[in-house]
Structures are given as structure tokens and as C-alpha cells.
Design a protein around this ligand. Sequence first.
Ligand code: SF4
Ligand code: SF4
Length: 219
Amino acid sequence: MVFLNYLYFSKHLHILLAFPNTYYGKLRPKGQFENNDAVTKEVKLMMDPDADPFAAPTESETEEPPSKFGASDVQDLSWVNLLNAYTCTECGRCTSECPANQTGKKLSPRKIMMDTRDRLEEVGKNIDANKGIFVDDGKQLLNDYITKEELWACTTCNACVEACPVSIDPLNIIMEMRRYLVMEESAAPMELNNMMTNIENNGAPWPYNQMDRLNWKNE
Ligand code: SF4
Ligand code: SF4
């Protein structure tokens, strides 16, 4: 009984949290990402040749878009992300399976989870010290804990998610932070920006006119 009570306050809390964390683990196919509704609507409108840009918005279209896209700090992450951070046992299986880590990149999915937990604890202490209100401490998860270099090293292969014995999803945190970089700061690497511009203009990642796409068959 003493040990059970000790678990709650100790670094072994992850033993207890493993159960709810596994229960709330993602059941969707691993490669399926959550689309942002506001962006999906914009893209559909852009790609629909019959769409009338001056039509009166329907009731669902008048909804306010989110005030912030993606995540730059722990407050922007979902409660499942935060539960994941507290559940991590730091076993390192995710990092040993990570192809980015294996090829010498700076990324370690284990560190992503530990950084998230460390920042969460820092924010918690800040709130406790300021009588229930978070006072800006000039820090955030992005840059102060997790660097852009780590975020862009990820290949989104899901190997870390598959390797985790307690259904933790480090990739979801990485993708939310990348979403923030792209949509709030326009800070994607140049290669990605070129590709996204090509998709927008040509419907393909290459810098060729759509009319020339079948030219290869004439060669
Ligand atoms: S999804 Fe990203 S962090 Fe996870 S194993 Fe693949 S490259 Fe590594
Ligand atoms: S495999 Fe899971 S529990 Fe182990 S370090 Fe990675 S995220 Fe944490």
C-alpha cells in the first residue's frame, strides 16, 4: 500500500499511466493524419472549378477558424499528447528504431517525449508559483527544448509509434510543431516550400506545366 501511494508522486508514475494511455491509444491507421478542417475547406474550394468564390457562406462556413495552427508550446498540444509524455518509460525503443536517428540525424523520439514532459513540469511549477495563472517565462517547447533541426529530420515513417510498448505517439507532437512552423511562421525548409508551391501551381511536386505531364510518352 505504501508503494502504491508512493507511485503517484514518484518518477514511477508512468506505471499507473500506462493503462489509460494504452486505452486512449490511436486506433486509426498509423499513416492517417488529422486534417485541419479550415484548411481542407479552403483547398476544396480552390480545386473545385464550379465553386463560386462570392457565394454567401453556409452556416458551417461562418465558424471561426482556430486562433492558432499547430503547436509551439505544451498548452497547444492535446491532453493525449501530454498523457503520452507522462507515460513514457524512457526505454528508448522508439529511438533505436528511428531511421533518422540511425543515420546520424539529431532526432530522437524519446527525447521529444522527455522534452515535452520537462516543459510541462516547468509550466506546472510556473502556474503553482503564480497562484493558478501561467506567467510568460519567455520560453516555449519549440526552440528552447525541441529544435527545428530535430523536427525536420523526421521522415514520418511511424516506426517509433509502432515500437512503443505503451502506444505513445511521438510523431503526433512532431507533426503539430511542424504545422505551427509552416502555417504560423512560414518557416518550412526551402525544398519543401518549392514542392508545396509546385503542388499549388502545377498539381504535382515538379516544376513543369500540367499540360506537359504526358510528354514522356512521346520520347
Ligand atoms: S516517425 Fe519520425 S521520429 Fe518516428 S521513427 Fe520515423 S523518423 Fe523517427
Ligand atoms: S518507446 Fe515509448 S516508452 Fe519507450 S522511450 Fe519511446 S516513447 Fe517512451
